[in-house]
Write a protein that binds this ligand. Sequence first.
Ligand code: ADP
Ligand code: ADP
Ligand code: MG
Length: 619
Amino acid sequence: MLKSLLIANRGEIACRIIRTARRLGIRTVAVYSDADAKALHVRDADEAVHIGPSPARESYLVGDKIIAAATATGAEAIHPGYGFLSENADFAQAVIDAGLIWVGPKPHSIRAMGLKDAAKKLMQEAGVPTTPGYLGEDQSPDRLKAEADAIGYPVLIKAVAGGGGKGMRRVDAPQDFADALVSCQREAASSFGNTQVLIEKYILSPRHIEVQVFGDSHGHIVHLFERDCSLQRRHQKVIEEAPAPGMDQATREAVCGAAVKAAKAVDYEGAGTIEFIADASEGLRADRIWFMEMNTRLQVEHPVTEEITGQDLVEWQLRVASGEKLPKTQDELSINGWAMEARLYAEDPAKGFLPSIGKLEAFMLGEGVRIDTGVQEGAEVSPFYDPMIAKLIAHGPTRDDARLALAEALDESIVWPVRSNAGFLVRALEHPDFAAGTVDTGLIAREGEALIPAALPSDEALADAAAAFAEQSLAGFRLNAPPQRKVLLAVNDELVAVELPDDAADQSLALDDHAEPEPILLSEDGQTWLVQPYRATGAAAGIAGDGAIISPMPGRIIAVEVAAGQAVAKGQKLVTLEAMKMEHTLTAPFDGTVAELNAAAGAQVSEGTLLVRVEASPE
Ligand code: ADP
Ligand code: ADP
Ligand code: MG
């Protein structure tokens, strides 16, 4: 077994790998950027090496610095985690050339699966069913359009170098093809530096089914059953589970068998995932599940497989990298119960899933579930990396046990002042279709608004808060004298009039001592609000409503949709900003005119920049 290991990653996955390494008695070395100097993974590791400035391309993506850090600390091996350099075959080769052990598949296996078109061709040769489509060299728009027509709409245009749900466009009708192609190629060029695309039949009622595979250097390959990752937003996974609902034994054997065949075709070693797309219009059927791509690394959602199989996949990776045989044979592996994982993001579902950054003043996640996280209370969520801050994983005897335990843990979570998607996750878990296991990848897009948590706490919760403040009493707190008994509360940055319960109103009249009630954090259904009594001066300064559209984080303007002086309607798009790998559209808060415009396409803006000021139309 290895004696020392450098982890070329950050966040929850770095902490996760360190945990297993420590249990196995392996010395751990972390690497970190400026922004991560105080990060949890740095504290958890035995040693840590600073590798550069905050942007990933100057630190976590610089292979030479990472190899130098391993050499300097005498680390024997490098584990890449997921993302960053994990699927970079040149880096894997450089690690090996430096005399270090690469915890991952051989570079030629990574290369074989690196581009989606080449991977699909290889799978076809190996006899693995693939989605029907065009994989050709001829990339002229006319040829691509002709191929799409022949496949039949809807089709999906995919960047061959794509990943993370980027570089994909669904096209429903022939007349939309040309525009979709241009926009797909533009995104592919900027994100992956490669404009090559393939065209696939768009599968209707699609479910994302994937199989965990594992190989060792002695020629053994096993699978650890399937996961279902159909609950997605913009082609990115949100909630994952294992096993897949509605999977019968024969179908499982077929799809897991195909996955093992795929792994054998690329001489696979270590942890990998074969992703399939299933047409679930008539349930899961072996003849309607097709290979989509292979991820040649540990996957974000690997914990659900760990929970149902009782295996530690990071331990498996480290044993295989040390030259040992796989810890279990196929016959020794079985499924125990059900596991479900939710990805907790620092983002605000109510504001178009805008990433949220800042200090985690409160970070308390619910109990009774496994939590894999890379942050703790007091940590900073920076704008430089992926906004995933934790994964919550529930395991129980049945799917409903796992689902309800997960919903409860999310429901109890308090995250503040950074916003989180916990409330959104609770609603997704409680959605009747998801509860019934009849999910497909379009559920979130279809349900849209219904899954967005309420903007404000319930009337009951606000009335309780108002009553609590009334008990502490504050003269200026009362808006109206009885009988209306209404008070104004500042809830985050909004003013809300709340009706006081009868008894509380009486109390507030009785006391008039100018005590200063403390603001409280109110948490309900996974959402957290700062609530305080509104005082006409001071306390609620900064309340929105002046029509100033401020850049919520550092980013780049990618489109300006309005001109100065233009009349705009509430909700109309003003400016699109790209930040934290995502696009965010800023919209008009009310009807009015564009009184000020400080945004130009292509410009880099810092957090807090006034981009647009909308002046309200006269009533
Ligand atoms: P898939 O690629 O099929 O979506 P995962 O769900 O395991 O598989 O996603 C890989 C993860 O790696 C995602 O969470 C993604 O945000 C993250 N990731 C991808 N590229 C990078 C990168 N350059 N830096 C940091 N994280 C990344
Ligand atoms: P990435 O590398 O970005 O993970 P994938 O090829 O794995 O790209 O596709 C991501 C997601 O897009 C899938 O999980 C699925 O939801 C959807 N998708 C991909 N191919 C198809 C298809 N042919 N039909 C329908 N949906 C698809
Ligand atoms: Mg994928």
